[in-house]
Design a protein around this ligand. Structure first.
Ligand SMILES: Cc1cc2nc3c(=O)[nH]c(=O)nc-3n(C[C@H](O)[C@H](O)[C@H](O)COP(=O)(O)O)c2cc1C
Length: 212
């Protein structure tokens, strides 16, 4: 299988990078093909919210987004790795998610629906909810592993820090009509006791080994 890790942190020797590399190391042991890409190595502009994609089916901006999206379409398992920044995923990861809009089944009528009757609006909303997802069927039903890291010590005590980041990644997976198969969150990264670091890396490796 093709395993693709997409990470959104500028710390190329940081926690997310190390965890994702370990997962891929585990996967490689079972003969899977793997690739790790860091969004910082690509030029992906912000979504401008212009909705040009609803009339021409493509984003009006020419940058590296399609290159990365094609890798998503091509992969069987996708690892999404982002540290927690200000109680959410990193901005670069969020922008990457936003840019998927052009690849979704947004009906062309989205630009004119506001002029229609209430009943038509409701029908439109219901039908688009049902069909919403990647236009390219090959991009649907992927398996996802989500990876995060935060200095917050306890997930439940600091409930405004880590859960929103996890939720943002879940929203992405849901919109992609994918399925989360594993979650790995490294908490309390400020006080990295050596034993904990080793434990997290070993968990990451096992996650990779269990990919099937
Ligand atoms: C700009 C910035 C914002 C951060 N915001 C949070 C936060 O809201 N909650 C938290 O627990 N940690 C926060 N952190 C800490 C990182 O999540 C933590 O250091 C993480 O391990 C970094 O992962 P990395 O090593 O892969 O870069 C923040 C770090 C930075 C640089």
């Amino acid at each position: 299988m093709k395993i693709l890790a997409i990470i959104g942190t500028n710390r190329k020797k940081g926690n997310i990078t190390k965890l994702c590399e370990k997962i891929l190391e585990g996967a490689n042991e079972n003969g899977h093909q793997s690739e790790l890409i860091n969004l910082y190595d690509y030029k992906i502009n912000y979504c401008r919210g212009c909705w040009a994609c609803t009339s021409n089916g493509e984003c009006s901006q020419k940058d590296d987004f399609n290159q990365v999206y094609n890798k998503v379409v091509d992969a069987d398992v996708i690892i999404i790795g982002s540290p927690v920044y200000w109680g959410n995923i990193t901005a670069i990861m969020k922008n990457f998610f936003d840019r998927h809009t052009a690849k979704m089944t947004i009906p062309l009528t989205v630009r004119t629906i506001y002029k229609e009757s209430l009943i038509k609006k409701v029908k439109f909303a219901l039908s688009s909810l049902k069909t919403f997802g990647p236009k390219d069927d090959k991009a649907r039903k992927k398996k996802f592993i989500i990876v995060s890291a935060a200095t917050s010590p306890f997930r439940y005590l600091m409930k405004d820090e880590i859960p929103p980041a996890i939720k943002a990644m879940k929203i992405y997976v849901n919109k992609m009509k994918g399925k989360i198969i594993r979650k790995l969150v490294y908490t309390d990264t400020l006080i990295q006791f050596r034993e904990k670091d080793a434990k997290m890396m070993s968990r990451a490796f096992k996650i990779g080994k269990r990919i099937k």
